[in-house]
Ligand binder design. Sequence first.
Ligand SMILES: [Zn+2]
Length: 189
Amino acid sequence: MNTPKTTSKDPRLGPGSLWSALPIPACRALTYAGQIKASQVLFALALHSSGVSTVVFPSRATIKKYSGVGKNSISEALQVLKKFGFIKISYVKVGRTHRNEYEILRACFHWDEFNEIASRYKIPKGHCTRCNHWIYRDGWNVQKGKDGIATIQVRIHRNCGGIVQDLNRKQMLNIRDQEEWAGMVIPFH
Ligand SMILES: [Zn+2]
């Protein structure tokens, strides 16, 4: 197959440069989901994809080297990536041996193509008043609490036990902005 080389208008990326596309939506959603190791493994896979092919086949040792994720955690991280719909894994015969091949899927690069699992982590749903982190779906437990004489439901952050509040409009807009400008690196906290 004759695949054209990816070109870029970025002046830093002319002839002689070596670069790959970093899947920003996928890496962000994985970070929101607390799946840092999966994010690091996806990063290591992306480092082996130079824009010519979406299929890469680094060995376990190479993934470990570039991701910093220990060998025992790589399988789990790969399963997370599969579950989120970010990669497809094939076991391919090459000569007398086999190797794993990883296809980096389109959804990695497009918020609106996320599957149902990945979609849960697009936007934070609350804010912890104790540890000051954004909280995502499934990140809290619901408990009964008192507001004066009324019984209300209180959301408790699973990690720290702090009370989770809804994001206010300004926080929501701020997050939406950051997602739309996902090319920019802006810290969340
Ligand atoms: Zn907290």
